[in-house]
Structure formats: C-alpha cells, structure tokens
Design a protein around this ligand. Structure first.
Ligand SMILES: C[S@@+](CC[C@H](N)C(=O)[O-])C[C@H]1O[C@@H](n2cnc3c(N)ncnc32)[C@H](O)[C@@H]1O
Length: 297
C-alpha cells in the first residue's frame, strides 16, 4: 500500500495566513447557515488546525471538532497551536482530559478532540454517526476519484472542501520556462499521495460531479492564493518566504517529472528567486472551495 504524503508543520504555518485570506467567505457562510445549533464537525486531514482557527469564529457558537490526521505529531501541534492562539486573544482554555481541549469562546465552548487515522480507509474508519458536517482544507486534491466516490456514496451530511487546487497557477513577470514548469507541476500533482492516483487540479470538477450525482447541491467559489496579498501589510514580511517555498516547490515537483531538463528548471527557479529578492515577483495559485449539501438542506 502507498504511504500518506508527509507534510511539514512549518509549511502549514507559512501558508495559514494566505489560506485564511483565500477561503471563500460566501461559501463558509452557506455552510454555517446549514449547520445545527451545536454542530459536530469532522475535519479530515486537519494538520495543525488551520481550518478550525478560521472557521470556528465564523460559526460563532458552541461547537465540537474532531481533527482527523494520520500524523500524531501534527494533531499534537494542532492542540498546542489552537490553545496558544485562543489564549493570545483572551479566550480561556481548559483540558478536561488528555484527549480533549475546550476553548471558552464568548459565543459558546469549542470542544476539540483528535483522531489518528489513515484516511485512505475512509469513510469506513470515520465516526460519521457523530458528525453534522465533514470538512477539509487543502486535502481533496491529494485524494483519488474512487475515494471521493466512496465519500459521496456514504455521506448524508454537508461536505465542505476548501482550497482544492485547480491548476490556474501564474507567476509574473512571465518566464520562457513557465509553460514547461506548469505542465510538469500539474502532472506531479497527479502522483499517488496515499489514496491512489491523486486528483490534483481535477479535484473541484470531480467533487462537483460525484456529489451532484448523489443528489447533493454543489456550490463552488474561487479561493486563489494571491502573493503578495495587496492591502495586507501584516503579510508583507512573510510574502518572500512564502514565494520562495512556492518557487522551490514548483521546481522540485517539475524536476520529478522532467529529469532531463534540469538546466531549464534551475534557470527558472534562479530567475524567480532573484525576482523575489528584487520584490518584483507575484504569484496567483488557483484554488476552489466547494460545498456539497445533501438533499433537504
Ligand atoms: C496539505 S495538509 C493540510 C492541513 C490542514 N487541513 C490545513 O489546511 O492546513 C494535508 C494534511 O492531510 C494529512 N494527510 C495526508 N494523507 C493522509 C492520510 N492518508 N490519512 C490521514 N491524514 C492524511 C497530512 O498529514 C496533512 O496534515
């Protein structure tokens, strides 16, 4: 069996403010309106809890989260980060047991628990009977079409998938190797990430099609990363580090696919790194958020 792709918590921390700006407020509001009074939420591939930190205040009432991830260290980091950030904004935090964190937010308590599980086996290993919605952020482009089909066939609650890549990546100013890099990068996104051949940029279309076929009403909205994020001076300091990771990530992915074109790929990344230093590089990385509501919602 193939292994789950490893993720670096430092990368997740770097992207968190760009994710927060990118996710669609409109779709999140539609999700929040579809949830019951005290929603129980299952966050698949929760990482360090970035989606909770963004969505919990938007829900704004008592709620219970189950963070599911294959990586135990990641879930531990999620508990620490959620607690630290909550305390930093003045919310009291308590731990009624080793497995449970309570954030005493003004609108009601956020109950947080973690489950270590391999999502390749989902949905059969998920506590779906205790979930009012199944959520994910930056996960669904890693999964395969049969995985999504199983989810669509099993779920009878809302399915929310934020930040699915859609392949509309653009670095500016243009460079002669852009098209080769983009093609190789897109191919690399289809590598098996532990779920079978990954959907990569086909994820938004596949979610919409497979859930609609099961009677869900599917809405979708763009959620592109835009770097640097104009009008957000707080992100200016991290834009360079974020762009550097984007450039190196694109080069590494393209190199896996294009072993014979090392020279061209290196020329591209060297030019891009110089442009970051000169503060003239901008990037738009295409994503979409999707919300699938079951019949009756
Ligand atoms: C791109 S990160 C996104 C994390 C978080 N949702 C966010 O938005 O920051 C993908 C997450 O999915 C988890 N993951 C990947 N494959 C998995 C699998 N087979 N089972 C469980 N978790 C998995 C990784 O450990 C990682 O935390």
């Amino acid at each position: 069996m193939s292994e789950a792709e490893g993720f670096d918590p430092e990368w997740l921390a770097l992207r968190e403010p760009f994710d927060a700006l990118a996710r669609s407020e409109r779709l999140a509001a539609r999700l929040v309106a579809a949830l019951p009074a005290r929603p129980r939420l299952l966050d698949l591939g929760a990482g360090t809890g970035s989606l909770l930190r963004w969505l919990a205040p938007r829900i704004g009432r008592a709620q219970a989260w189950t963070l599911v991830d294959a990586d135990r260290a990641m879930v531990e980091e999620a508990f620490d980060t959620i607690a630290d950030r909550a305390e930093a904004i003045g919310f009291r935090v308590t731990f009624p047991s080793r497995r449970t964190l309570l954030v005493h937010a003004p609108g009601g308590v956020w109950r947080v628990e973690g489950v270590i599980a391999d999502l390749a086996e989902a949905p059969r290993n998920l506590p779906l009977a205790q979930a009012d919605a199944v959520l994910s952020s930056a996960l669904c482009d890693l999964v395969s079409e049969p995985w999504l089909e199983r989810m669509a066939a099993t779920l009878s609650v809302p399915f929310y998938a934020a930040l699915c890549v859609d392949g509309r990546d653009r670095f500016s100013p243009p460079h002669r190797a852009d098209a080769a890099i983009a093609a190789a990068f897109r191919r690399d996104q289809g590598r098996d990430k532990g779920f079978g051949p990954a959907l990569g940029p086909r994820a938004p279309e596949a979610i919409a099609r497979l859930f609609a076929a099961r009677g869900f009403t599917v809405e979708s909205a763009p959620s592109d990363w835009v770097v640097p994020a104009r009008g957000h001076p707080s992100l200016r300091g991290v834009a360079e580090a974020f762009l550097t990771e984007l450039v190196l990530g694109h080069e590494a992915a393209a190199a896996r696919q294009h072993r014979g074109r090392r020279g061209l790929l290196e020329a591209w990344s060297q030019a891009r790194l110089r442009q970051i230093e000169a503060r003239i590089l901008t990037a738009r990385i295409g994503h979409r958020d999707l919300l699938a509501l079951p019949p009756g919602h």
